[in-house]
Ligand binder design. Sequence first.
Ligand SMILES: Cc1ncc(COP(=O)(O)O)c(C=O)c1O
Length: 490
Amino acid sequence: MSLTPSWNFGSVGFGHIALPPNAPNLSSHKSSSDCGASGADEESTAGTEDVGRVSVFDAAKAAAPDPILSMRDQYNADPAERKLNLAVGVYRTAEGKPLVLKCVQEAETKLLAEQEAGRAFKEYLPPDGHSKFCDLSLKLLLGDAIDGMLADGRVAAAQSISGTGGLHLAARMLKLLMPDATVHLPAPTWPIHPDIFEAVGLSVAHYPYYDAETGGLDLDGMLAYLRALPHGSVVLMHACAHNPSGVDPTAVQWAQIAAAVRERWLVPMVDAAYQGLATGDLDEDGAGARALAAVPGVEMITVQSYSKNMGLYAERAGVVALLCADRDVASRVQQQLSRTIRLTHSSPPQHGAAICATILGEPERLQAWKREVKGMAERLLEMRAALAASLAKCECPPPTTSKRGSWAHVTEQRGMFTYTGLTPAQVKALRETHHVYMPNDGRISMAGLTTATCGMLATAIKDVLHAEAKHAFAEPATELPAAKRARSAA
Ligand SMILES: Cc1ncc(COP(=O)(O)O)c(C=O)c1O
C-alpha cells in the first residue's frame, strides 16, 4: 500500500490536519499526539517506510522580520496610552484617521450603479488586466509623449498587483530577457527593493544618491556612477518623493541624469509610488520620468502604484510597462508578460483598476482627484513646518549625524517621509522610552503626525539626544591602547 503525501503529514506531526473523507484508513496509524517525543511513527506497516523526518518543509528558515511591518506589530502590542506610530507609509487625515478619497467613493457609486444596471460584471479580466486603465495610467506618468509610443505600438503594459506586484513582474521580465542583469538601486532605497530583485535571482548594486553631508542629492556621485556603467545597465530611480530620503532631483538635475542615461544607453526603471504627493502637482511629479522617456531611443520600464496617491492600498491597483525599441519587440514582450502573469496570479483584481480608470478617464473626476492629491500633499508640507517649529520651540539640538548642524532637512525634503538622521540607537531609545515607533533608519511618515503630536515627537527627540549627550559626557574617556599597554607593563 503506498502512502499519499497527506498520509505522511497526517501521521508525522500534522495531527490536526483534517483529511478528506475518501482518505485511506488511518486507524492503524498513530496520530501525532500518540507519537513519542520524537514524533516518529513507530508502527511498521507492510509497504510503509519510516522516512524519519518531521516535515518535508523542514528546510524553511525563519525569515528576517520586515523592518516596517514588525514596527507596526510592536506598536500594536505596546500597552502605553500615549504612543506614536510613524513607521508605516500610509496617509492619515489631520485628525489621524485613514482616508477614503471622495473621488474614489463617487467612482465606486458609479461602478455599483453600472453593475446594478447589468452593464458591469465580475468576470475574469485578461492576464494583462484593464487595458484602458494601463493606457490612462501611462499618460498620467509620461504625459503626451505616451500617445506616440502607443500609436507606434512600442509599449508592452499590464495591470499589476499595485507597486510591489509591478516591481515583481519587472524583475521576472528582466530575469527572462536579461538574465545576467544587475539592477542598480539608489543608496538608500525602499528596503524591499533589493529583496524583490534578488528573489528572482538578479544581482543588485547601489549607486550614490543621498548625501549625508548636505542632506540633499549626491548628484556628482550619482552621475559619475552612471557614466561608469556598462551599456544597457538597469538603473532603478524613484519618480518622486524618494523613499526613504525625501530627496528628489530638480528639473535641471533630471536633465543631467537623462543625459547620462543617453550616454551609456542605460535602461531606467522608474518606480512611481507617490506621484502627486511630492509637490502636490501630478505633472510636476512626473517630470523625471518624462525627462527619461524623452531620451531618443531609450528603452525603459515604469512601475506605478495607486496605493498612496488614490488611497487604494488594499485594492492593489498598479501598472507595469516596458517601453520597447519597436512594435515587433513590444509585441513579443507583451506575450511574455501575459504568460508570466498567467502563471502567477492569472488575472488581476478588477475593482481598484475600475476605480482608477473611472477617475483618470473622466476630466471632471480627474480634476477632483488632482485637488484631493494637492490637499494631501499640502497636509504633508504643513506637518513638516509644524515639526520644524516644534523642534525649534523646544530648542531640540540638531541630529548628531547632521554635518550642517540643523533640522533644515525636515522642511527641505518632500513627500511622505522625512529621513530624520536619527541613529538606530536613538530610534531604539525613542521607542523604549517614549513609545515613538519608526524603522531603524530613522525614517518617519509625516502623515502619521498631527499638530497635536508634533510637539510630543520634538520633545521626545530632544530628551533622547540630551540623554545620549549626558551619557557620553559621564562615560570615562576610553584609554588609548598604547597608554593601557604601558600601564599594564609598569
Ligand atoms: C518606493 C516604493 N515603491 C513601491 C512601493 C509599493 O507599494 P504598493 O505595493 O503598496 O503599491 C512602495 C510602498 O511603500 C514604495 O515606497
